[in-house]
Design a protein around this ligand. Structure first.
Ligand code: GLN
Length: 237
């Protein structure tokens, strides 16, 4: 399924996170290294970032239904986009889901940017209103926004209980917090001197990348990184 990346730290360019790394999202759009479901991510891409010129709290997005590897316009401006907080994704659409920019992460409620890497039965989200698209990920994003990000872990555990086949890797940011879940797919952390990267898979071969165990919540703030197990029924891992 899709691949995503989040950053919280110093102001850096979007291209340094997404386009320049040897195995970054641009390369992951055609040659992901750890993807368990799907061979490539050609069904669109999205980059969201919090705009320092607007006080650092305003989310801005650029999304497309085309493959990231071919987007020369984005390449030319990504080097000039700087932010301390970024959420980016490349998409491999689930069968039956629409392929258009509105179905592509990151989704937003005006405060948070959110990406979903996985799949979920839309029937379990049928009470959700105000989704940006009929895509499963957009419905899940709307359900998470509605409940509030402080309850992300509870929401994911409940959705997983309602749809045991769901894969629910979420990545969300609001400019000062970066939250992620690992539930059914890969997630790694890189603690850099200038900030923290959370990514579906390492964007380079730095030995500092750590794998997040499945069924865990990760919270990154200015004060550090916290991992919390989500699946209490199976005990702490
Ligand atoms: N199910 C979502 C979609 O169709 C996400 C897919 C994915 O993670 N590959 O876009």
């Amino acid at each position: 399924m899709c691949r995503h990346l989040g950053w919280l730290g110093a102001d850096v360019t979007v291209s340094s996170l997404v386009l320049d790394p040897p195995y970054g999202l641009r390369v992951q759009s055609y040659a992901p290294r750890r993807q368990k479901h799907g061979l490539l991510n050609a069904d669109g891409w999205g980059v969201g970032f919090f705009d320092a010129s607007a006080g650092g709290q305003v989310p801005r997005r650029w999304r497309s239904q085309a493959p990231l590897w071919g987007d020369v316009s984005f390449e030319s401006v990504a080097a000039a986009l700087r932010s301390h907080c970024v959420v980016a994704a490349v998409r491999s659409a689930t069968v039956g889901m629409p392929i258009d920019a509105s179905a592509t992460a990151p989704f937003t409620d005006g405060q948070w940017l959110l990406s979903h890497n996985g799949v979920v039965d839309r029937a379990v989200l049928s009470g959700t209103s105000q989704a940006e698209s009929v895509c499963d990920s957009a419905l899940l994003a709307a359900a998470i926004f509605e409940r509030g990000l402080d309850e992300l872990g509870e929401t994911i555990s409940e959705v997983a209980a309602a749809d045991p086949n769901a894969r629910l890797n979420i990545l969300a940011a609001n400019g000062s917090r970066l939250l992620a879940t690992a539930w059914g797919d890969t997630l790694s952390i890189l603690r850099r001197a200038d900030g923290i990267v959370l990514a579906s898979e390492p964007y380079d071969d730095d030995p500092g990348w750590e794998e997040v165990p499945d069924r865990h919540l990760v919270e990154v703030t200015a004060t550090g990184v916290a991992l919390t197990p989500l699946d209490h029924s199976e005990g702490y891992r």
